[in-house]
Design a protein around this ligand. Structure first.
Ligand code: CUA
Length: 340
């Protein structure tokens, strides 16, 4: 190789590396990180990214130099020189990638192992997913069930996740990890939040008609804030239809003005009276039946994707309160298209 080719190699490599670095650093690829586990995952992400940038720069340099320095004239129809390999070069281009891939595996394995460890005294939460809502149950806090995931900054939470129907997947982008929820098997996930604030909980497994709206919030509080919230949440409360409506995630599929919900997967509950009339049943009995046996009457234009197991999820007294609440608020009788 001439001095000119070597110079070309260095210049092209430096320019390609600089361009790739700008693309990697200047664009906001990831939302800000809000957990210890997420910080470790970001470390792996950047570790791999820097290796990729270096490999890209080398490949671009060799390719560019080959194109520029070793081009033949247009009228050159001769065969190229016969080449029988280059043992030294082949050893290097096998050894270096092998070392890099091994390094990535080791770093990833260490991060996976670390991310499986909780801090002392973790909060335990049972996470239940069903079409199309999340429920978070706290065994250490009188088994209270909440529609949002409440967490404490700096204290690990150990999630035990299970689906009540099809496969769903738990994802908070700021915590980085994803975990599937299966109908017949528990899965686990540990999160140690590092920032207070509200973050979206997203279902990231296509699970049916309402998949896109299967969202709720992870709320990270200070230790004091969490303790006082839990004291309030575990106090025996008067059975409130609105609270049950919220805790059961009804609003993610149904519109109900009184509950300020705007789901469109299932019928608009403001018009329950109209549907009962169409079904030819008294409103109270109609609402009760629609919760316990959703397939009994299906509003024209709607698909029945309502979970069939509310009988097991709601205690009789809660059901009475929820039915009373819906009867009181679903009073519109004008003709109405039920879904969409
Ligand atoms: Cu649950 Cu998608």
């Amino acid at each position: 190789m001439t001095r000119r080719s070597v110079l070309q190699l260095i210049v092209i490599g430096a320019v390609a590396g600089a361009l790739a670095t700008v693309v990697a650093l200047a664009l906001p690829w990831l939302p800000h990180v809000a957990s210890k586990e997420g910080e470790r995952i970001d470390f792996v992400f950047w570790f791999v990214t820097w290796i990729c940038i270096a490999v890209f720069a080398i490949v671009a340099a060799v390719l560019g130099t080959a194109l520029l320095s070793f081009r033949v004239p247009l009228d050159d129809d001769q065969d190229g020189p016969p080449i029988h390999g280059h043992t030294k070069l082949e050893i290097w281009w096998t050894a270096i990638p092998a070392v890099l891939v091994t390094a990535i595996s080791i770093v990833s394995a260490v991060v996976l192992a670390e991310n499986g460890k909780a801090t002392a005294n973790p909060i335990r939460v049972n996470v239940y997913a069903q079409q199309f809502a999340w429920t978070f149950q706290y065994p250490g806090y009188k088994n209270v069930s909440l529609p949002n995931l409440y967490l404490e900054k700096g204290r690990s939470v150990e999630l035990t996740l299970r689906s009540r129907d099809v496969i769903h997947s738990f994802w908070v982008p700021q915590f980085r990890q994803k975990q599937d929820l299966l109908p017949d098997q528990d899965t686990k996930l540990i999160i140690t939040p590092t920032l207070t604030g509200e973050f979206p909980v997203i279902c990231t497994e296509l699970c049916g008609l309402g998949h896109a709206v299967m969202r709720t919030r992870a709320i990270v509080m200070t230790p004091d804030g969490f303790a006082s919230y839990m004291t309030k949440a575990t106090k025996p409360q008067k059975l409130s239809g609105l609270a049950i409506f919220a805790a059961q995630g009804c609003g993610s599929c149904h519109t109900l003005s009184a509950a300020k919900s705007s789901g469109v997967t299932g019928p608009d509950l403001d018009y329950l009276a109209a549907y009962a009339k169409r079904a030819g049943k008294p409103l109270d009995a109609f609402v009760r039946e629609s919760i316990l046996a959703p397939g009994a009457y299906i509003e024209p234009g709607c698909a029945n994707t309502m979970p069939p197991n509310f009988k097991e999820l709601i205690q009789p007294k809660q059901l009475d309160a929820l039915v009373a609440y819906l009867v009181k608020n679903g009073t519109k009788t004008t003709a109405h298209k039920g879904c969409g």
